[in-house]
Each structure stands twice: as C-alpha cells, then as structure tokens.
Design a protein around this ligand. Structure first.
Ligand SMILES: [Zn+2]
Ligand SMILES: [Zn+2]
Length: 439
C-alpha cells in the first residue's frame, strides 16, 4: 500500500475523496486484523478505574512510542501525551479517555472483563468494566497514530495525541491542564475528540453543530431547622417539610422560568434528614445536579435555586441567620460546544471520504456531561466532538420488535461492535486530521 501513496496524495482534494477513503478503509482494516483487534481485546479484558489507569497508560505509551511518537507519561497523573512533529503547520490535538468503571460485566461477550481492582474511592475491591466504551477510544487512538505515522508524507504540522485519565469522574482533563499540558507541549490550534455511542448505528459518524454534551454543576443545599420531639412540632422548625417544599418549588425552574426551547435539568438526586420516627431533625441535606448548554441558562438555574431555597426558608419563618445554605461546587463542567465552521468542514470531509450515508446528525436527547471542554475553553480552542456509532442494526431491530433493549452506557450489559467502532473511530479521526493538516 505504501507504493500507491505518492501517486494518490499529490493534491489536497484527493484527501477528501472516495479514492482516499477507500485506501484508508483498506489500510485500517488490515491494521485491525493484524494489530488493533488484539489490542482492543487486551483493553476490554483489563479495564482500570479513574485515576489508577496504570497498566492502560503504560500500554498506550509503549504503543504510541512504537508508532514513532515522542511520548511523555504521568501528565496530570496517569495521562500520556504523544507528539509527532512533521514540519510547518497547525498543532492539532486528539484526545482519548481511558478509564473504565466499577461495574461487573454481564455482556456475555467472550472477552468480558473479570478484572478486579481496588477502588481509590471506597478502598474496596470491585469488578471493573469498560462500560462506557473508552477501550474503543484508546484502541482507535493507537490506530490513528499508526496511520498518521505511515502517512507522514501526506501531512504537515504537529500532531498531539492525548490519553486522558479519569473522564468518568470529570477530573482527568482538569488535572492535565493543571500539569501545564499546553505550556509544556504547545497550545493546540484545534482540539478533537469522539465518543463511541451505543445509541447510534455502528458504521456511522454522528455529528451535531450544537452541544453534544451539557455543562454540569453540583449543588448542595443545607437546610437548618430546629430540632424537637415529633409530638411537639410547634416547638421546632421541621427541615424535612421545608426540604420537601424546596424540592417541589425547584421543579418550576425548568418548567416555568426557562424558555421552553432551551434545555436545562435540575435533579435532586439525594435528600437526607432525620434519625428516628419521633424526632424532628435539626438539619436536612439535598444534593443536586444541574445541567445547561450555555452560561445564560446556567446562571438562571443557579440563581433560581438560591432564590427559591433562601426564600422558602423565609416563608417557613426561619431567622436570617438560619436560612438554607446553597453551596455550588467549584467542580463545574462547561458545556461541550462544537465550533460551527469546523463542524461543517469536518462533516464535508467525512462525506467526501467516507460517503454521505456514513454521516448522520442525530440530536442528543440527554444532558450527559464531559470534561473535554477543559481542553477547549480558557483559552478558547476551536474544537469538535463527534460520536461513532457502536450498535449493529439487528440490535435496534430486536429492540423495536419488543425484544431485549440496546444496553445503555454504564450498564453491565453494555456492548458495542468492536471492529466497526474502532475502524470508524480511526477513519473519522484520520480524515479529520488530514482535513486540518493534509498537504
Ligand atoms: Zn461514561
Ligand atoms: Zn464515556
């Protein structure tokens, strides 16, 4: 295949053409058969939890080094940065997250994980699983590294491959930034990433011009009451009653204050109070997750939560120094927002090289969050985040016929078609990189 390249790659137009797409497709299929299938199998059988991805990072470092990249380990914990300098041109960053989850795999796959690891959170030994498909991301990153190294004469610029820890705890990207990734390796002109998606048909690329992932805030509300005997409620201030009123009043924020076409979520995920049947507690604790796709919505929701909690406290007759406390965690994640111009540019490149039927635009229904924006805001970096379909058509048909549903991410039943997911992962990334750096 190397003999054919110089003939094919004389113009940039060819890089977006079906001819290039076919050539790339063949090359990635060959590499999957000889190398990537085994690598995926290894990662799938050996998932590691957030922040303790030691073996995964080691394997990624050696794979990327072998592919010809200059590799630095332990960036922001277990993070790995691999650089290939290849002449003048843009610095383009591609990120893959590598952590698994504390889930016992029940997918029924022959290579299902039986791995156990000590949880850095609880200290307990737990089963681990690649229940979000990050094994597809890292295997694809290696495939991309190998394709880009083999095609060095076709592109010009600097390629930065980032293997990120702890996405599931939204800690890894922040940790790599805190470890001065931009200062040490250069600030990218473009930042890219993809996620495999069980909700999309395998073989497809799902790309939206909007916001594929929401911004997320974590909020605690501490409600102070006055403790009393359960039979003497007039002697106390019941924080359970007040907490219940606050939970219900919070429902009006999205239903009645947010414009109806504007997405937002306020979920009270935990409500803890009290110790015994006949004691009025002196405190209640609510834990919330709050989601947005822009700063305006974020401020509306956070300010609304404060206003409701504090004023419901006043309505309950609490003194000014005992009003509910609203604590907004500093660990907020900004929304992932695709640059519209780059999105259209990459979409055209994918359609050109991989065919129009490969590229879809299925709007995202949920308000899941990602920590990728730590790589694309402050400073602002032009970025695109796409999805690679993971589920075969027959699984969707079975579900539509009332059969077993397609398992969601983080489920013990989660599974994706590895070969087509990894191959489209590599191909979509290489086409995107060639679009930005192709000669
Ligand atoms: Zn996940
Ligand atoms: Zn994920």
């Amino acid at each position: 295949m190397f003999v054919r390249y110089p003939v094919l790659l004389s113009t940039i137009l060819l890089l977006q053409s079906p001819v290039f797409g076919t050539e790339l497709n063949d090359a990635v299929r060959d590499d999957y058969e000889t190398h990537l299938a085994k690598l995926f199998d290894y990662f799938h059988r050996n998932p590691e939890l957030s922040l303790v991805e030691f073996e995964t990072a080691k394997r990624m470092a050696s794979e990327l080094r072998e592919a010809g990249f200059e590799v630095t380990e332990n960036v922001g914990g277990t993070g790995v940065v691999a650089i290939m300098k290849n002449g003048a041109g843009p610095l383009v960053m591609m990120r893959a997250d590598m952590d698994g989850l504390p889930v016992e795999e029940k997918s029924g796959l022959p290579n299902a994980s039986r791995k156990q690891q000590q949880s850095p959170i609880s200290g307990a030994t737990v089963y681990t699983m690649h229940a979000c498909g990050h094994d597809v991301h890292i295997t694809s990153l290696v495939g991309t590294a190998r394709q880009m190294a083999a095609r060095r004469n076709q592109w010009s610029g600097t390629l930065m491959l980032v293997v990120q820890p702890a996405e599931e705890r939204v800690l890894g990207a922040k940790a790599m930034r805190a470890d001065r990734i931009w200062e040490r390796f250069g600030t990218p002109d473009y930042a890219l990433a993809f996620h495999v998606a069980s909700s999309d048909l395998t073989g497809t690329i799902n790309i939206t011009e909007g916001s594929p992932y929401a911004g997320a805030d974590t909020v605690d509300i501490i409600i102070h009451g006055v403790g009393a005997h359960g039979a003497y409620p007039h002697r106390g201030k019941d924080p359970i009653v007040l907490g219940s009123q606050i939970v219900l009043a919070l429902q009006t924020l999205v239903a009645r204050e947010l414009p109806p076409r504007e997405p937002g979520v306020v979920t009270v995920g935990s409500f803890h109070a009290g110790t015994k049947h006949n004691i009025i507690s002196d405190t209640a604790h609510l834990q919330l997750t709050v989601r947005n796709t822009n700063e305006e919505t974020r401020q509306l929701l956070l300010n609304g939560i404060k206003r409701i909690a504090v004023n419901m406290g006043r309505a309950a007759g609490l003194p000014e120094d005992k009003l509910p406390e609203v604590i907004i965690s500093e660990e907020s994640v900004p929304p992932t927002i695709n640059d519209p111009v780059l999105t259209r540019r990459l979409k055209n490149a994918w359609v050109g090289a991989m065919g129009a039927s490969t590229v879809v635009d299925n709007p995202v229904k949920g308000m899941g969050a990602e920590d990728f924006p730590y790589f694309s805001v402050d400073p602002a970096i032009t970025s695109v985040y796409w999805q690679v379909g993971g589920t075969p058509a027959e699984d969707f048909k079975r579900e539509a016929a009332g059969g077993e549903p397609v398992a969601s991410h983080h489920s013990p039943l989660f599974k994706v078609a590895p070969e087509s997911s990894v191959r489209v992962g590599v191909e979509s990334t290489v086409v995107a990189l060639m679009e930005l750096m192709g000669r």
